[in-house]
Design a protein around this ligand. Sequence first.
Ligand SMILES: Nc1ncnc2c1ncn2[C@@H]1O[C@H](COP(=O)(O)OP(=O)(O)OP(=O)(O)O)[C@@H](O)[C@H]1O
Ligand SMILES: [Mg+2]
Length: 262
Amino acid sequence: MPRSELAERFRPMLRGAGARFSREAAQRPILVFEDVYKSYEQGAPVLRGMTLVIERGEFVFVTGPSGSGKSTLLRLLYRAETVDDGRILFLGRDVARLRADAVPFLRRNLGIVFQDFKLVPSWTASENVAVALEVLGLPPRLIRARVGEALERVGLSGRGDALAAVLSGGEQQRVAVARAIVGEPALILADEPTGNLDPQLAIDVLGLFEEIHEGGTTVVFATHDRTLLEVRPRRVVVLDDGKAIDVPNGVASDEYDNRLPL
Ligand SMILES: Nc1ncnc2c1ncn2[C@@H]1O[C@H](COP(=O)(O)OP(=O)(O)OP(=O)(O)O)[C@@H](O)[C@H]1O
Ligand SMILES: [Mg+2]
């Protein structure tokens, strides 16, 4: 799809997300990156007027070659980085400009899964999951119940007392997914969550994200693993030249083929 046509498609949604409109309208897309610019101190600008609209309940792959800005896009959303210019509206709030209240708001509403799992190896699976609720100050009995449910959802019931260090890579990633979903966030972000897994485990973990998505959670899944993009037709957004481009009909497009990672 040419960029001009893409812009036409997004314009009404962007307008809906603008501050001039009602709060209800503003909250319709769960996530809007609006004309976002981001450079690091050294090197070329990474995002250059990037616009991306994600509706509630979508499952979106974000792809592009190494260095195209996939992790940067996610890091801006969870406030590990700040934008140089533009807005990031998440649940109707401008994440780029949240102040002291940013952390609890993001913790409640975002679940994040990383390539390297980021578990504490000397803690059990349950303890690693529980921490996401402890930071929210929930009572211990409720935490125990919800941790048990989350581990069950990722196929690890019965493994809660195992130390993270003794779990396989696939199991560790499942624990990390359980930690991300236990607080029932509106949006799950995954940054190359299958990057450390062998191909079959990668497909299994993708299946887990798909199940979570079917339960109603919005999923943004950054990957350069082309095999995953081809598992089934999905919305695919390619980062190219500092902008986000929707690939029509997933990956089956010659026009966009050369922009996809190999
Ligand atoms: N903290 C940083 N300081 C300076 N430059 C950075 C920093 N983080 C990322 N970059 C640069 O920004 C660009 C985009 O990086 P980013 O990690 O977002 O890409 P990516 O698409 O996630 O790549 P990969 O597929 O390798 O994970 C790269 O050129 C990278 O070197
Ligand atoms: Mg990355």
